[in-house]
Design a protein around this ligand. Structure first.
Ligand SMILES: [Zn+2]
Length: 210
C-alpha cells in the first residue's frame, strides 16, 4: 500500500496494533484496515520494527510458498486485534468475562512460543526486542505485540489507555502526560478538528448568529 503512511500515535506497540483496524489513506479521506492482506500486515510489522527487514522478506517469500498458512496467520492477527481492542477499551475496569477471554488469548500465544529472544540496536540508537521462533515460521509473529499487551497489564497501564475524544475516531493511545490530559489521537487531525469547531461556536456567539 504505497499511499499508506502508517500512523503510530499510541505510544505503545499493542495499541498501535489495535489502531491498525482504522487506518486512513488519502490524507484521512478513506478509512481502511491496514492489514488488508498478509503482505500489508508484514509491512506494518516491519514499519513498527516488530520484524527486521531480513525476516520480513523471508516471511513474504514463505507466504508465497504457503498461502494457506499465511492467510490463517492474517486471520489470527485480526482476531487477536479485536480481542485486544476489547481489552484496551475497557481501560482500568475490573476484570470481567471479556478481559478473561483476552487474557486467555494472550496466554495461549505466550504459551506456544518457543524460540530465542534478543535485543537489537537500531540505526537511531534505540533498541528493539526480537523474537525468532523455532518450528512454524508464522507462529511467533504476534509475540512482540502480545508481550507489549502483557507488559501493559503487568505494569498497571490500562488505566491510562484512552480512546480519542472525537467520537468518530476509534484510535486508542497510552496517555503519558503527567496529569493524564491527553485527549486526541493526533493534534494534526482530530485535535485540530475540535479546535476549529470550538472556534466556529465562539464566532457564532460573538456575532449573535444562529
Ligand atoms: Zn482521533
Amino acid at each position: 500500500m504505497p499511499d499508506e503512511p502508517f500512523v503510530f500515535i499510541a505510544e505503545r506497540l499493542w495499541l498501535d496494533f489495535v489502531n491498525s483496524d482504522d487506518a486512513t489513506r488519502h490524507r484521512g479521506a478513506e478509512r481502511v484496515d491496514a492489514f488488508h492482506s498478509f503482505d500489508s500486515f508484514i509491512r506494518w510489522m516491519s514499519a513498527v520494527r516488530a520484524l527486521d527487514d531480513d525476516r520480513a522478506t523471508a516471511m513474504l517469500r514463505r507466504a508465497q510458498q504457503q498461502p494457506t498458512g499465511a492467510s490463517a496467520t492474517l486471520h489470527e492477527a485480526r482476531r487477536i486485534r479485536n480481542t485486544l481492542r476489547v481489552l484496551a477499551e475497557r481501560g482500568g475496569a475490573p476484570p470481567d468475562r471479556a478481559a478473561q477471554t483476552a487474557i486467555g488469548e494472550i496466554n495461549r500465544i505466550l504459551g506456544r512460543s518457543a524460540g530465542s529472544r534478543s535485543i537489537e540496536p537500531g540505526p537511531d540508537g534505540s533498541f528493539t526486542r526480537s523474537f525468532v521462533t523455532v518450528g512454524d515460521v508464522f507462529a511467533g509473529l504476534l509475540i512482540p505485540i502480545i508481550e507489549s499487551a502483557a507488559d501493559a497489564l503487568v505494569s498497571g497501564e490500562l488505566v491510562r489507555v484512552r480512546r480519542c475524544a472525537d467520537p468518530r475516531c476509534r484510535r486508542l493511545f497510552f496517555d503519558s502526560t503527567r496529569n493524564g490530559t491527553r485527549r486526541w489521537c493526533e493534534m494534526a487531525t482530530c485535535g485540530n478538528r475540535a479546535k476549529a469547531a470550538r472556534h466556529r461556536r465562539k464566532e457564532k456567539l460573538t456575532t449573535g448568529t444562529t
